[in-house]
Write a protein of this length. Structure first.
Lengths: 931, 111
């Protein structure tokens, strides 16, 4: 295998260090042997023999060089030199380096994050054996693209029997239950009720016992459960005799039969599995609990085969189906894609990725222009090198290598920032989505991402290095060589440059006020949220009551909701009573939503004669009421709260009274809904809906649905009136601290909602450490009462703010890089102008021009560009502020815009300062000597 | 490809000599130069330094291969040996060298 030997030899020779060492050894041996022979045959002493042997061998260095050349690594030496030169050039112009690196790093970081998200959602198969052959199957309404999961249970058997493209088919749905075992705190878990075939499809073996089998699904079979390694270790301390033990899920007892490895989270992100026992016969068609169906494709079968076979079944059944179930289309798509929002939109995401990659090209072109300005300063050097015989490609290669160093550093910085951002997103998503966050989603750095970044770096280097290099080494090189003595490169900056600086200034000016607004708002809200309300000692948790035969959140709505509501309210109230008895609790109360997460609704007032456009409203508030001008309806939020809510959180009462116990009782006992429900509203509500006038005693009711507004102008007769009894200050909400929601609070009564929030104020212990006690207390009230999302209130309020902060930080970083790029552009433009006008300035100075005239002459160009950019930016910013944040022209906004203009002007002056001083220092005699 | 130009006598002949020498036995660099000198009775003296670039070149093209070994007097030395393709190349080159020599002789002995 000669090619193999050759390849091996080449690889061995590639290592410069190894092959140099080998050659040295060989020479040493050769000269030793030769010296010994000379000593033997001629009788001279060892030193003399060695001297002669060395001479005989010939110049060692020369031979070594020949060997290196022979290894074909000469270009590598050249590249090394270019890279070293590149690093040196970057060090020589630190301004350009900082601006270039920052600009490109921002683009790379944004690219990285996009890549990470898209790759996570669309680029991965589930991490199980043959994961690419596992598919999800679902019925879709072609008109709305909605999945009709309620029909899957009835189709499951048919798909199993009559779609040969599926080797094995499985189904699951999830239910939330309290996991109750001895010696461990009860904990709510999302249980996957999955068919045994699901485990066979996953092909992951249990580490202990067995996974589910078909017999477990038979009616009357012993209820069994499979748990995951982490549950086993945390709750049973990894005890191997766990198999056969009994635990409770809610009120139902289950026997543990197996333990799955920690890395297994199939089907979504689950830790506890029970047999799938839904019987299609128990439900009318199209009314079954929502389930998901997945399958492993048979050998040789494709997704489209399966889809065709399933579609055939569907079309046959359409003839006998009820009208509303006709025309559904089965779709089969990769399992991993089923959890991305839009499985069929992967290509759109790739388009977005491409567009974001283009961002780097745009910024790259920007940096390229800066590099070009510097390259222009090196025109003489390039001309001399050309004269000395350097080929054009050699010079282009060198400038490329220099740019590669720059873009390489930017890529590394961008990758680091991007991966940090992704890690943040991972933590945030896990907190927010929890067990619905598929276990194979990791927004991490992947090999693909690193490759993508390398490609970005190469593209960046090509744009930044090659474009100016080709320009600089173009036809004019010889001409420039001739002019060399006359000073100045003779290269020109075109119109593109001017446009770019104008555009940069415009973008910076557009974004600056938005960022400024963000900063002001952020600081204000922080102060409001931190100082006014005592949230730090509170923890909140969502209360759920298990309702049998309901498939978790997406299941069937029971016909008789009232009974469930009453049961929920009774259990919740009982929980609060018990909590208040706990010595570690100083207060406990119920509400329907965490502040900021109140349910949205639309209301009308008791009178519609009022004009909503009043002078006391801020422009921001007005902008959030799109419908009000025509029908005086308002988008508000409503929460049902315990009467002690306001006192507990220290929300000051401004007028009227707060709610009390009798309100709650009155509402609960008024079955005919004839009495108005007393409500307390927040200050923004009073100010906006009632224009700040006296609101006590005023009434509102739910607005009719907008679709039927024309035919039904008044509210439905059965809707109760709400009567305002008091006004409180605004409680900074969770989702957007900046958005002043209009909130109305009604009493949390006996017929409360099906989901409520319990808030607990702890005494002497950290709120976070109370979660366990809270769970125990709730299970003691009823095992069906589940505590979810138990967190300190500050943490609940924070994740949303964290997101705001990330977006804000990203925006600020972007603005900073645009600002820097425009400042650098202005600087380079000035420096360039002055370099080209040296002689003119010299003559002017010689003719007696003062410093002011010189400065005016050189600054006018830059000033014009900053001016045009400012004007365009101001117009855009005004439009953006009015559109997004609902600003109008007021003293404040004029001041902000003026501030922005001054700031940008200052940036321009700072950028132009050094070149301008350089212009003043031009010595007329020096400048004219070249004449 | 190496050794395909029979007229490239100077360079070609060194490669040919090395291949021929190695066809007898695996050998280190100094051994090769000694062997050529011995067999040619001192007529052909290889420029010792330029032997190594030639060896590297031939190794790169897969004609020979090398590994570390120990000499009779217990010194570490790099031993070169012929590969199968080196052996084939030797056959081809011998033939073309002989043709070249015959041609050269014919030209030189023309009257």
């Amino acid at each position: 295998m000669s090619w193999l030997d050759a390849a091996r030899a080449r690889i061995r020779l590639l290592s410069r260090h190894d092959s140099d060492a080998r050659f040295d050894d060989e020479i040493r041996f050769h000269i030793d042997m030769e010296a010994q022979q000379i000593a033997r045959t001629t009788g001279v002493d060892v030193r003399e023999a060695r001297r002669r042997a060395t001479i005989h061998f010939g110049g060692v260095e020369g031979h070594r060089e020949t060997l290196r050349d022979g290894r074909g690594l000469r270009w590598l030496g050249g590249l090394r030199l270019d890279l070293t030169l590149g690093v040196r050039m970057l060090r020589k112009s630190p301004g350009l380096t900082v601006v270039g690196v920052l600009g490109m790093a921002v683009a790379v970081a944004i690219g990285c994050i996009t890549y990470g998200v898209i790759y996570t959602f669309f680029g991965r198969d589930i991490p199980i054996d043959g994961g690419d052959r596992v598919v999800m199957i679902g019925n879709y309404d072609p008109a709305t693209s909605d999945e009709a999961r309620e029909t899957h249970l009835h189709d499951l058997g048919e798909w199993k029997r009559s779609v040969p493209a599926f080797a094995e088919i499985a189904a699951f749905h999830t239910v939330d239950r309290n996991f109750i075992s001895l010696n461990a705190r009860p904990e709510p878990v999302r249980v996957a009720e999955m068919t045994a075939s699901g485990f066979r499809i996953a092909r992951v073996q249990p580490i202990l016992g067995r996974f589910l089998v078909d017999e477990d699904e038979r009616p009357g079979a012993t209820p069994v459960v499979v748990i995951r390694e982490d549950v086993w270790r945390e709750r049973f301390a990894g005890d191997s005799s766990v198999i056969g033990r009994t635990i409770a899920l809610g009120v139902a007892m289950h026997t543990i039969v197996g333990v799955m490895p920690r890395t297994f989270g199939f089907p979504i992100n689950n830790r506890v599995w029970t047999p799938f026992r839904l019987d299609p016969m128990a439900f009318p068609p199209g009314k079954a609990p929502a389930i998901r169906v997945f399958a492993r494709l048979a050998a040789g079968a494709s997704r489209s085969d399966a889809e065709t076979q399933a579609a055939l079944l569907q079309s046959r059944r359409d003839a006998t189906s009820p009208q509303e179930l006709r025309g559904l289309r089965p779709r089969v798509f990769p399992y991993a894609l089923a959890f991305a929002d839009a499985p069929n939109l992967a290509w759109v995401m790739h388009l977005i990725q491409f567009a974001i990659s283009l961002l780097l090209v745009v910024i790259g072109v920007n940096v390229a222009v800066l590099v070009y300005a510097r390259t222009a300063g090196r025109a003489g050097e390039i001309a001399i090198r050309t004269a000395l015989g350097a080929s054009r490609s050699r010079i282009v290669a060198q400038l490329f290598a220099e740019a590669f160093v720059l873009s390489g550093i930017a890529a590394a910085v961008g990758l680091a920032v991007g991966s940090l951002g992704l890690r943040y997103m991972q933590v945030y998503s896990e907190i927010m989505v929890g067990e619905e966050f598929p276990y194979w989603w990791h927004f991490g750095v992947s090999t693909g991402m690193v490759l993508y970044v390398l490609v970005l770096a190469a593209v960046g280097a090509a744009v930044v290095g090659v474009l100016p290099a080709i320009q600089a080494t173009g036809r004019g090189v010889r001409a420039r060589l001739q002019q060399l003595g006359a000073g100045g490169g003779g290269m020109k900056l075109g119109r593109a440059w001017t446009t770019m600086i104008v555009a940069q200034v415009a973008i910076a000016v557009t974004l600056l006020p938005i960022v400024a607004y963000g900063i002001v708002d952020f600081v204000q809200q922080r102060r409001a949220a931190r100082l006014t309300y005592a949230t730090s000692q509170w923890m909140t948790a969502a209360l759920h009551v298990d309702e049998e035969q309901r498939g978790s959140e997406d299941g069937l709505e029971p016909d008789d909701d009232t009974a469930n509501r009453a049961r929920h309210a009774a259990l919740a109230n009982e929980l609060v009573v018990r909590l208040r008895r706990d010595p570690a609790v100083s207060d406990a109360l119920l509400m329907s939503a965490i502040p900021g997460d109140e349910s949205a609704m639309r209301i009308v007032t008791d009178t519609v004669t009022r004009t909503p456009q009043s002078s006391t409203q801020s422009s921001a508030q007005r902008a959030r009421q799109p419908g009000q001008a025509t029908d005086a309806a308002f988008d508000v939020r409503m929460a049902a709260v315990d009467p002690t809510f306001f006192r507990a959180f220290g929300v000051p009462l401004l007028t009227g009274r707060t709610l009390d116990r009798t309100d709650a009782i009155a509402v609960a006992t008024d079955s005919s809904l004839s009495l108005p429900i007393p409500i307390v509203v927040n200050q923004p509500f009073a100010a906006t809906v009632f224009a700040g006038g006296n609101v006590i005693g005023r009434r509102v009711r739910v607005a009719p649905p907008s679709r039927t507004r024309a035919s039904q102008p008044a509210a439905r007769r059965s809707d109760p009136w709400y009567e305002i009894v008091g006004v409180v200050a605004d409680f900074a909400g969770a989702d957007r601290p900046s958005a002043k929601h209009l909130v109305m609070y009604r009493p949390f009564g006996m017929s409360g909602p099906r989901r409520s929030i319990v808030a607990v104020q702890t005494k002497g212990i950290q709120p976070a450490s109370f979660a366990g006690t809270l769970r125990q207390t709730s299970v003691a009230v009823d095992p069906m009462l589940r505590i979810m999302e138990a967190r300190p209130l500050d943490d609940t309020l924070n994740p949303e703010r964290v997101l705001d902060r990330v977006i804000f930080a990203g925006g600020a970083l972007f603005v900073l890089s645009v600002l820097l790029l425009s400042a650098a552009g202005i600087h380079a433009l000035m420096a360039f102008t002055i370099e080209r006008r040296r002689r003119e300035i010299g003559i002017r100075s010689a003719l007696g021009a003062g410093a002011r005239q010189v400065i005016t002459a050189v600054m006018s160009h830059a000033a014009r560009q900053v001016g045009i950019g400012l004007a365009i930016g101001m117009v855009l910013a005004t439009a953006a502020l009015q559109g997004i944040l609902g600003w109008t022209w007021s003293t404040v906004s004029i001041l902000v815009m003026l501030g922005v203009a001054l700031f940008m002007g200052a940036v321009g002056i700072v950028a132009a300062w050094r070149p301008a001083r350089a212009a003043l220092r031009i010595d007329p005699t020096e400048a004219l000597r070249s004449e | 490809m190496l050794l395909r130009q029979p007229t490239d006598a100077l360079r070609g002949s060194l490669d040919l000599l090395v291949l021929k020498t190695l066809s007898l036995d695996a050998m280190h660099g100094w051994g090769i130069s000694q062997r050529i000198q011995q067999i040619s009775a001192g007529v052909l003296e290889v420029n010792q330094g330029s032997l190594y670039p030639a060896l590297q070149r031939m190794e790169k093209t897969g004609l020979i291969t090398s590994e570390w070994g120990v000499t009779d007097n217990n010194r570490r030395a790099r031993y070169y040996r012929l590969t199968a393709s080196g052996r084939r190349a030797l056959g081809v080159e011998l033939k073309s060298w002989r043709q070249f020599a015959v041609g050269l002789e014919a030209v030189l002995s023309a009257t």
